[in-house]
Design a binder for this molecule. Structure first.
Ligand code: AN7
Length: 359
């Protein structure tokens, strides 16, 4: 059968800029190449003259940006002869590791905090056949366990401490530059372990150093208030937030992210859970874009900084929407106070409900 795929994933696309060989067996699900969507209604409502774009990473194969890093990490693990990968996760890394391990025909072990990962992510890890270890503890404790067990067990760690992860994730910056034909003025991201903000800066810097662009963005990282070690200036032992993806108190890329902060002239700030959920709802209702709560942190923070003028008028801003809204249906439904209207299966009550809601 003829098969001419239109797009074969980011390793094929950016082969020259990634640590792979011509004969490397690539483990791919067609990740990357996600839409950069210009917001229409939300910028107008700020009353400020700004261009806001969202990079919709929820449209990756497993529904989050983690796939960019996982295609690299699993490709290299297989190349090195590994038969198993392992990660600790707040959910998305485990979903991605499970899928790419399945694709490669190897085993995935995932450590997740019991009761604290969104339903969709748990479903993904389970259905792809990962060995799921729920720990009675949080992500940070799981991460330490993974590091400890990885020392003398034949498993490859695929958390973002694996350098191939960041290599894959830097390609998001390449895509943005190619579409805007320049770097944006500001790039806003949610920050948990701070691997992604570091990877984006690597990508922007690479294109800058190779003369493809003559400017790099100011990098801005937003954290949930209950899980904001970069704001506290020290590790947080009992992180809490509705945005479970970023319920992380001991970021693994601590030093790297402070370097990004310094080199890009950017800043960190925090958003309350209420602000995060409001931004998630705003995006769904005003733009038709559904991201998970953690992802909305980038927009929540950006909107505050646009309104205050910290991000000046005339700026172009990219907000990364790191994961799909369907990952966390429970939180989405809880936010919808209007609920659902139940009626008899007859014309009159249906018509009455429509007329009563035409607004
Ligand atoms: C939707 O899955 O750490 O700052 O274990 O799932 O690079 O950690 C997830 C992180 C943002 C934070 N948005 O990125 C995991 C995990 C979403 C995420 C982040 C995560 P980093």
């Amino acid at each position: 059968m003829p098969f001419r795929p239109r797009y074969t994933g980011l390793i094929d696309k950016y082969r020259d800029r990634l640590p792979v060989h011509d004969d490397t067996r690539v483990i791919s699900l067609g990740e990357g190449n996600t839409p950069l969507i210009r917001l229409n209604n939300i910028p107008r409502a700020t009353g400020k003259d700004v261009d806001i774009y969202v990079k919709y990473e929820g449209l990756n194969p497993t529904g989050s940006f983690k796939d960019r890093g996982m295609t690299m990490a699993v490709t290299k693990a297989v190349e090195e002869g590994s038969r198993a990968v392992i990660c600790a996760s707040t959910g998305n890394t485990s979903a991605s590791a499970a899928a790419y391990a399945a694709r490669a025909g190897i085993t995935a072990f995932v450590l997740i905090p019991e009761g604290k990962i969104a339903l969709g992510k748990l479903a993904q890890a389970m259905i792809h056949g990962a060995v799921v270890l729920q720990i009675r503890g949080n992500f940070d404790e799981g991460m330490q366990l993974v590091k400890d067990v990885g020392e003398n067990t034949p498993v490859t760690i695929v958390n973002s401490i694996n350098p191939f992860r960041l290599q894959g994730q830097k390609t998001a910056a390449f895509e943005i530059i190619e579409e805007l034909e320049r770097a944006p003025d500001y790039h806003c991201l949610p920050v948990g372990n701070a691997g992604n903000i570091t990877a984006h800066w690597m990508g922007y810097s690479e294109y800058y150093e190779h003369g493809i662009v003559n400017q790099r963005p100011t990098m801005v990282g937003y954290q949930a208030s209950g899980s904001a070690p970069f704001l506290r200036g020290e590790m947080v032992d009992n992180p809490e937030t509705v945005a479970t993806a970023i319920r992380i108190g001991h970021p693994q890329s601590w030093d790297k992210a402070w370097k990004v902060h310094e080199e890009s002239g950017g800043w960190f700030d925090e958003c309350s859970d209420a602000e995060i959920l409001a931004a998630q709802k705003l995006l769904t209702e005003k733009e038709g874009i559904f991201c998970e709560p953690a992802s909305a942190t980038s927009l929540a923070g950006a909107l505050r900084d646009i309104r205050s003028g910290k991000i000046p008028e005339g700026s172009s801003i990219v907000c990364t929407l790191t994961g799909h809204g369907l990952k966390d249906p429970d939180t989405a439904i809880k936010q919808c106070t209007e609920g659902v209207i139940t009626v008899d299966a007859r014309l009159e009550p249906v018509r009455a409900a429509i007329v009563g809601n035409l607004g």
